[in-house]
Design a protein. Structure first.
Length: 247
């Protein structure tokens, strides 16, 4: 549009494969278009696919666009036909490949929904990565798709998966399993003996045998100790009478 208004020619800053000046087109080529129809045909897919990627993958969308933008341009500069390549179709193909592959890898609901929407609207991009029409830069399409695939593989875990909402039948199954476990626990309680309140330990800790014996006696009650009779003091020196031995 600016080219039409100003009457300028921006073809010199398009991608020219394997030329020094053509490297400038790696950055500027997606902003250039050959006609108004060419501009409109790329603008709507760019808005839809870019908005879809930004809504589902807010942490990854911007870096994916940058990677696809530069990667598709470098791919054209390295492997493209000796001509002028311009347009944002490479970026569109990269965003489509990114959304489609992310749905396959992640398989959560937003990712699958994004992949299905992208495929339903622009599934034909799968066929335009190969040469079909004269004057169409299929190299840009292929390069964008390759780098979109690469972005999905590299950053598919960057955005956290949303919490999974359980279906009603899953909640019913969980409630039924919990009820069965409770019934089984109650049945085990009916047939098993109750645990004893007090159990005499086989070993009550370190200590001497006397200390353990005294501890057991203290637990039983008060022990009264009597003085021990001395047998030596009671001995009067007279031997007790002996019974006669009968032979």
């Amino acid at each position: 549009m600016i080219e039409i208004w100003l009457g300028a020619d921006f073809a010199s800053i398009a991608i020219r494969p394997r030329t020094a000046l053509g490297l400038v087109g790696v950055i500027t080529a997606p902003l250039l278009h050959g006609s108004v129809d060419h501009l409109l045909s790329n603008t709507l897919p760019l808005l839809i696919l870019g908005s879809l990627a930004g809504w589902i993958y807010p942490r990854t969308a911007l870096r994916t666009i940058v990677l696809v933008w530069l990667g598709s341009g470098l791919f054209v500069w390295l492997f493209g036909r000796p001509s002028m390549h311009l347009g944002a179709s490479g970026v569109n193909h990269g965003l489509f490949a990114f959304l489609f592959v992310m749905g396959i890898i992640r398989r959560d609901r937003p990712a699958v929904a994004g992949a299905m929407i992208a495929f339903f609207l622009y599934g034909g991009m799968l066929m335009t990565v190969l040469p079909r029409e004269i004057g169409v830069s299929w190299e840009a399409h292929l390069g964008g798709a390759i780098f979109g695939l690469l972005a999905a593989i590299l950053w598919h875990r960057r955005d956290p998966a949303p919490p999974r909402k359980k279906y009603s039948w899953e909640l019913e199954e969980e409630a039924e399993l919990a009820m069965q476990e409770e019934l089984a626990r109650q049945r085990r309680g009916m047939f098993e003996a109750a645990p004893p309140d007090d159990v005499t330990p086989l070993w009550d800790g370190p200590g001497t045998a006397r200390e353990r014996r005294e501890e057991r006696l203290r637990q039983r009650g008060v022990v009264l100790r009597f003085p021990v009779r001395d047998t030596e003091d009671d001995d009067s020196g007279n031997e007790p009478p002996r019974r006669p031995t009968i032979h």
